[in-house]
Each structure stands twice: as structure tokens, then as C-alpha cells.
Design a protein around this ligand. Structure first.
Ligand code: LR7
Ligand code: MN
Length: 579
């Protein structure tokens, strides 16, 4: 549609199956349509610079402490969030500086550190009231080798667009950056702001443990986490704190808008988007369907409950955060912590919300500009597998089924005892409850296919009779003929699984074990990419393709060399739950 543009065409994916190459952010923006930020209403709308007096006792209007109407230098490049172009003679310089942050660092340096952005809040936000006794917050911003001007702009936007009495402190957690300017120079610059504290970590903690280090020393009632390349918009903070004040188990997220990595313009995003995930736990945003919006008469200012949060920007009651066990400290560097906290919050009694009246811009980049201490993909995979093991119950098979290489890798996720204990202690609900109540639109069939496995040429079915594998005339009502084809690629009947044989041999039964590669079958109806073996059931672990087949002469079951033309190798399940 005209006026719509996504900054990235395709979410980048790792070479291996399933898990995105640490690119949740890029993958997430791919589905969002963006608009240049334009004022939502008239010039004075919501931007009065002086706090108004409360009309009813105990509440006041959202403050709009901001220089949007009269910035220090109205003609500076990038002012009001406008796009900036690199001058012709600076193209080379801009290009060479890109890798300092994987965005247009040259332009970031060119635009004011305190630039104004357009007030992108939906109509009505500036009239909303918040309580006078909002909790105070500690802002925690972690960074490793962040670009100077970008880090400064993030801090300035917090300080100039938040009511001072609500900010207990701003803790900058320097995650062992190598850049010189992030040492004394940063300390010196920030010393003009008494509320800004800098914690220089003595070794690389990774984002997750760096946030924990900040949280440990925080004095505010509420923790507000932000990335180090953001611009908080007008009135962003009060609506977040208002939600936490209303209920301490609410975790409040702003709408994350887009600061272009190319021209530094501040773009707004479509309203009515929820934070969701798809298998194997890839974060994304999903538009609420128009009919749902109409049916519920949803307004643009309405709070949106989200199955998961993006991860970087949110407010949470400090005590509640620690009651939840904060983040699993076994998560390394980057990734998956947003899933962990989201599942934990929902399953253990809380809620995740997007607050449309709170808006923060974020620079979305195609790649992390810093190095990972160990392999990036492995790190993210391991984090996600920890989350799956602790929180997904029987649904973890869907995770592994969609990231199948992880099973083959025999990934070591480390010790999970404490996390499992914590879940018990908090008496958290099941993942099934979460799916039914929080994310009912996620497709999460526990098995891929089920019912009778019919050999189409002979109308015979496999069965378990007296603990042995039988092959008999199909009968839908026969319990013994019911099989599941699982995410872990087993042909399963209760505890018993069909065990393959080499070509020429007869299959048998074995006790099911999802980790045993010698029990696995590929049902080609569910494995696109081998059209020549459509409807076949292929032994997975053999190099020479061997297929389950009916021996029509003996009415028996056997494994034979795969033959795309053989009708005796065609099988069909009663029902398929995925395609
Ligand atoms: O080792 C590290 N130490 C750090 O301090 C690695 C990173 N960091 C800092 C880094 O400098 C940055 O300020 O941590 C912050 C987040 O890292 P980014 O900006 O590289 O992450 P991201 O924006 O690409 O990805 C999202 O997912 C992350 C890991 O799961 C975090 O949760 C990020 O906070 C999160 N960002 C957002 O939610 C913003 C919206 C993007 C999306 C989706
Ligand atoms: Mn980020």
C-alpha cells in the first residue's frame, strides 16, 4: 500500500534450521508497516510545556515536559525526527562509519543529541490523567560499545521527556565496552546530571546479567529497562507507571517505534499490534484483526495484552521482578530472555501489556554491532532451549520439532534445577493454560498427524497387538491402530514406537525415546522438498532411502528401498494437524 514501507524485506535466518540468526529485531520489524512520524493533531495538542493543575484530586494530566514546540535549534538536521540525507561529499565517510553501530553513525553524530521528535501518540493520550502518587522508577540502560551520540540521545530523551520526580535515577550499565569514549569521557559528560549513575562492569556480562547487575543496585520502586539507542517520546513514562501503580503484576511496554538505521528518521508504526512468537520461539508483532477491533470497539488508546514482549523496553515493579526470580541468570549474552520473562509473568499471575500512549523509538539494526563471546547462534539456541525446558511442558516438542537440528546436536543447556524449583515455588500455571488463555491463536498441535496409518494400496493398517507390531485390515474403531506422528518424528502408540529396520528387514516395536535417532521416520507428506516420495514413510537414520511398505504377497509389513512409484509404499494418516 502507498505510504507503507518496511525497512527490511526478509527476516534474516541462520544457516541452520529455524532459529533466527540472533535477529529477532529485524525479523520483528519486517512485519510492521511504518509511516513517517507526523503530528497527530494541531500544533499545541498534548504538548503544553507546563504541567496543568489537576481537575480531580489525586490525578494530573500526563506531563509533556518537552521541547517539541521550541527546540534549541529548530533548523538542525534531523530535528522533529525528520529524515536526514548524507551530503554527496560525505558518502564515503558515512559508509565507512556504518559498522561502528550497524546503522548510519555519521548521521547520528550530525543530529542534535536533544532533538525533538513528533508527538506520535494517538489522539486522546494527552488528555488522559494519571495519579499524583505514581511510583518512582530507576531507568536501566545496558550497553556494550554503543555509539556516543546515540547513547547521549537516549539519555537526553529520558531526562527531558520524563517528569523529574518520577525518575529516581538512570543507571547506565557499561557491559565492559572497549571504546575509550565510554570511560572517563562518558563519566565526565554525565556528571552534569546528578541522577545518572554509571556502572562499569569489570568483565563482559552479556545483556541479561548486565541488566541484573543494574537491577541489584536500583533504588526506584519500578525498574524501567531501555536499550541504549532509543528516543523516548512525549509523555512516555507516566502511562507505564500508571499501569504498574494500578497493579504491581502488570508489566508495561511502550509502543516501540522505528528510528531508521539509514536516515535516522523517527517513524511511527501501525496501532493494534501484539507481541507474539512463532515456532521455534521467534518474536514478532501481529496485527489484531479488523473484525476483532470492531467487535470490541477498540480505541487506539486501548491497552493491548501481549503473549510476549519484545524484550528491551518495559517497566516492572522491582519487588515483583525479584519475586519472579528476575531473569534466569543462566541465560547468556543476548536473546530468549524476553520469552522467559513473558512466560514467567503470564504463567505466574502477571500480565504483559503494550500501552499505546507510551511511545519510544528504537534503532532497528540488521546485525549486532558487538561480538559474542561464543558463537552467536549457539548462544541464542541454548538460551531458548533453557526456556523451553523450564516453561513449555509437553509443548517443548513443538520447539524442538521446529528447530530439529538441536536434537541432533545434543545441546547442553546447563543446570536447570533452580529454575524448575522456582516455577514450583511460585505455583505457576501450565503452558497449556497459557496457550488457552493468553495466546489462543497460536497453532500448537501436540502431534503432527494422528489416527490410523493406512497403507492406501492394501487398506491395511499398522497396529500394536500383544506388544508386537501387526499389520491388519483397517478399522477406525480399533484403538490398537491409533498412532501419532510426533514432532520428534516418532510413530507412536502409547509408550511403544515403530522401530525401523534396514531395507529388506521387518520393522518392530521399541520403547519410545525422542532422543534416539534410530527410532525416527520422515513422513514425506509432511516434509516438502522430497516430492518424489510424497506419502512415503522413510527411515531417517539410513543414508540409503528406505521406506515402510506392505508386502502384498504375505500381507506383512517390511522396509524396502524407497520407490516413488510403488503404491505399497504410500501411507496416509487419519488426520493431519499441520501442513
Ligand atoms: O552483551 C551485550 N551487552 C549489552 O549490554 C549485548 C547487548 N547489550 C546491550 C546493547 O548495547 C543494547 O543496548 O543490550 C541492548 C540490547 O541489545 P541489542 O540492541 O543488540 O538488541 P536488539 O534490539 O537487537 O534486540 C531485542 O532482543 C534482545 C535480546 O533478546 C533484547 O531483549 C533487546 O533489548 C531487544 N530490543 C528490543 O526489544 C527493542 C525492539 C526490538 C525488537 C524486537
Ligand atoms: Mn536494540
Amino acid at each position: 500500500a502507498p505510504g507503507k514501507r518496511g525497512p527490511r524485506s526478509q527476516p534474516a535466518r541462520s544457516a541452520s534450521e529455524g532459529i533466527p540468526a540472533a535477529r529477532t529485531a529485524a525479523a520483528a520489524t519486517a512485519s510492521r508497516s511504518l509511516r513517517r512520524a507526523a503530528p497527530a493533531g494541531g500544533p499545541s495538542k498534548g504538548s503544553s510545556r507546563v504541567p496543568r493543575t489537576a481537575r480531580s484530586p489525586g490525578t494530573h494530566r500526563v506531563l509533556a515536559v518537552d521541547a517539541t514546540l521550541a527546540p534549541r535549534d529548530p533548523r538542525a538536521p534531523g530535528q522533529f525526527g525528520h529524515a536526514v540525507a548524507v551530503p554527496e561529499d560525505k558518502q564515503e565517510e558515512a559508509k565507512s562509519r556504518w559498522k561502528e553501530g550497524n546503522f548510519n553513525v555519521y548521521l547520528s553524530d550530525l543530529i542534535p543529541v536533544d532533538r525533538a521528535v513528533v508527538d506520535t501518540r494517538p489522539a486522546g493520550c494527552s488528555e488522559q490523567r494519571v495519579h499524583n502518587d505514581l511510583p518512582t522508577t530507576t531507568i536501566i540502560m545496558c550497553f556494550v560499545d554503543e555509539v556516543w551520540s546515540t547513547l547521549l540521545r537516549s539519555v537526553h530523551s529520558v531526562l527531558s521527556r520524563s517528569p523529574p520526580h518520577l525518575i529516581e535515577e538512570v543507571i547506565l550499565v557499561d557491559d565492559f565496552s572497549a571504546k575509550d569514549y565510554l570511560k572517563e569521557k562518558l563519566d565526565k559528560y554525565m556528571s552534569q546530571f546528578p541522577k545518572v549513575k554509571i556502572l562499569h562492569l569489570k568483565e563482559r556480562h552479556g545483556l541479561i546479567r548486565a541488566r541484573l547487575a543494574g537491577a541489584e543496585i536500583a533504588k526506584g520502586d519500578v525498574l524501567t529497562f531501555l536499550d541504549s539507542h532509543v528516543e523516548c517520546n512525549v509523555g512516555w513514562l507516566e502511562p507505564l507507571l500508571e499501569r504498574v501503580r494500578r497493579s504491581r503484576t502488570k508489566v508495561a511496554c511502550p509502543v516501540i517505534e522505528v528510528i531508521s538505521d539509514k536516515d535516522m528518521s523517527y517513524m511511527t508504526v501501525d496501532n493494534f499490534q501484539r507481541g507474539i512468537f512463532t515456532w521455534p520461539m521467534n518474536f514478532g508483532w501481529r496485527q489484531i484483526p479488523q473484525e476483532v477491533i470492531e467487535k470490541n470497539k477498540m480505541k487506539e488508546t486501548d491497552i493491548i495484552r501481549c503473549p510476549v514482549m519484545a524484550g528491551g523496553l518495559f517497566s516492572i515493579d522491582k519487588k515483583y521482578f525479584f519475586e519472579l526470580g528476575a531473569y534466569d541468570p543462566g541465560l547468556d549474552v543476548w536473546g530468549g530472555e524476553n520469552m522467559e520473562l513473558s512466560f514467567k509473568v503470564w504463567m505466574c499471575g502477571g500480565e504483559i501489556e503494550i500501552i499505546p500512549c507510551s511511545r519510544v523509538g528504537h534503532i532497528f539494526r540488521n546485525d549486532n554491532p558487538y561480538s559474542f563471546p561464543e558463537d552467536r547462534i549457539r548462544t541464542v539456541e541454548r538460551n531458548l532451549a533453557r526456556v523451553a525446558e523450564v516453561w513449555l511442558d509437553e509443548y517443548k516438542d513443538l520447539f524442538y520439532g521446529h528447530a530439529y537440528h538441536l536434537i541432533l546436536k545434543n545441546l547442553d543447556v546447563g543446570d536447570l534445577t533452580q529454575q524448575i524449583e522456582l516455577r514450583k515455588k511460585l505455583q505457576c500455571k501450565s503452558f497449556k493454560w497459557y496457550l488457552e488463555n493468553v495466546y489462543p491463536d497460536l497453532e500448537a498441535p501436540l502431534v503432527r498427524a494422528s489416527g490410523l496409518l493406512v497403507n492406501t494400496a492394501t487398506a491395511r493398517c499398522i497396529a500394536v497387538e500383544n506388544n508386537t507390531l501387526a499389520f491388519e485390515a483397517c478399522d477406525v474403531n480399533n484403538e490398537d491402530q491409533q498412532f501419532n506422528y510426533t514432532w520428534l518424528r516418532l510413530l507412536q502408540h502409547g509408550e511403544a514406537c515403530v522401530a525401523p529396520a534396514a531395507a529388506g528387514g521387518a520393522p518392530g516395536l521399541r520403547r519410545c525415546d525422542g532422543r534416539n535417532p534410530r527410532l525416527k521416520w520422515l513422513h514425506m507428506a509432511l516434509a516438502p522438498g522430497r516430492p518424489q516420495l510424497t506419502d512415503h514413510v522413510v527411515v531417517e537414520h539410513l543414508a540409503q532411502p528406505a521406506c515402510l511398505e506392505a508386502d502384498p504377497a504375505r500381507g506383512a509389513l517390511r522396509v524396502g528401498a524407497c520407490d516413488s512409484a510403488s503404491p505399497f509404499q504410500k501411507w496416509r494418516f487419519g488426520s493431519y494437524h499441520v501442513d
